[in-house]
Design a protein around this ligand. Structure first.
Ligand code: SF4
Length: 315
């Protein structure tokens, strides 16, 4: 089901990306098809957990929309991000879509991926068309992977991490590895050591250490305390890993007007707090509240997380 409220079906944004800046998202996977059912997922619970790559919507419809919207927004962007309400590498047309977007985009094109299909040579080849790839390494052992990411039964984390190492050494673009820590699950020294062992064999630009900053799909996904995140970063650094803590960082979107449609698109992709929205659009919280008040209350969901209310459009 596509939930956007204006005439665009596949594009969203610009949206704030903690990792990449002001991003025009290209959504190539319908809600919510994924190879994993991560407990920390901001999009919600996986409804279709698959590992076979498929044709979804007509890729030329996606490209046509990109060609129409990109020129109007390009001055407000840092990056174009191919993603989805699930895992984008499941889309069999990923390579074609990336190639066509690259013909038009003056910005780097990134792919956010959970890494699960890197074992497929075709996926690695198609991802090589991107300028930036952001793969996740949230675990190194099957037990922890199961607890944090609830993978499809076909998936083997050891093989996946080997494939990430292989891809990283073949890829000539920028590789930014994300490690997301959930309290009590993958934040222990044993797992961190094993994750560090995988990363150290990769050719990468930066590791971004993250935690649960927004309402998760499952309430057992807990934010790690700041000190734990810092200790983990210091440990990675002591191992010679280039790492930064992402934090709950959000960019201001200069020149992006806060309209009902913009707000609906933003909070249909990710839960945002009043602070987030006011910062993104550079407007007062009172003004944000007035626009929130104008949205349809039946579809607006408010979820508290770490003492802050997050607004989300119900799927
Ligand atoms: S966080 Fe990403 S990989 Fe995990 S379930 Fe959500 S969409 Fe899938």
């Amino acid at each position: 089901m596509r939930i956007y409220t204006d005439r665009y079906n596949y594009l969203f944004g610009p949206v704030p990306s903690r990792r990449l800046g002001r991003s025009l998202g290209v959504d190539i996977i319908p809600l919510k098809i994924c190879t994993l059912n991560c407990i920390y997922c901001e999009v919600g619970k996986t409804t279709s957990c698959i590992t076979d790559r498929r044709n979804f919507d007509d890729p030329d419809d996606i490209i046509a929309e990109f060609k129409e919207k990109y020129p109007k927004l390009k001055d407000k962007l840092d990056i174009v991000t191919v993603t989805g309400a699930g895992e984008p590498t499941l889309n069999l047309n990923l390579g074609y879509i990336l190639g066509e977007i690259k013909k038009v985009s003056e910005h780097p094109v990134a792919v956010l991926t959970n890494s699960t299909l890197f074992t497929d040579e075709n996926v690695r080849k198609e991802l090589s068309f991107a300028d930036v790839v952001v793969p996740s390494i949230d675990a190194a052992t099957p037990e922890v992977y199961k607890q944090v990411c609830a993978p499809h039964r076909n998936l083997d984390i050891v093989a996946i991490n080997e494939a990430v190492v292989k891809f990283s050494n073949e890829f000539s673009g920028k590789l930014m590895i994300e490690v997301l820590l959930c309290e009590g699950l993958n934040d222990n020294m044993d797992e961190l050591k094993k994750i560090a062992g995988v990363i150290k064999r990769c050719r990468y630009d930066l590791v971004q250490l993250n935690t649960v900053h927004r309402p998760p799909a499952f309430s057992r996904a807990k934010t790690v305390p700041e000190k734990t995140l810092l200790d983990a970063a210091l440990y990675f650094k002591s191992e010679g890993i280039r790492v930064e803590n992402v934090g709950n960082y959000i960019h201001e979107f200069e020149g992006c007007e806060l309209t009902q449609a913009q707000l609906e698109r933003l909070i249909s992709m990710r839960p945002c707090s009043l602070d987030d929205i006011s910062q993104v659009f550079g407007v007062s919280k009172e003004y944000v509240k007035s626009v929130l008040d104008s949205l349809d209350r039946r579809s607006l969901k408010i979820t508290p997380h770490n003492g802050v209310d997050f607004f989300f459009i119900k799927k």
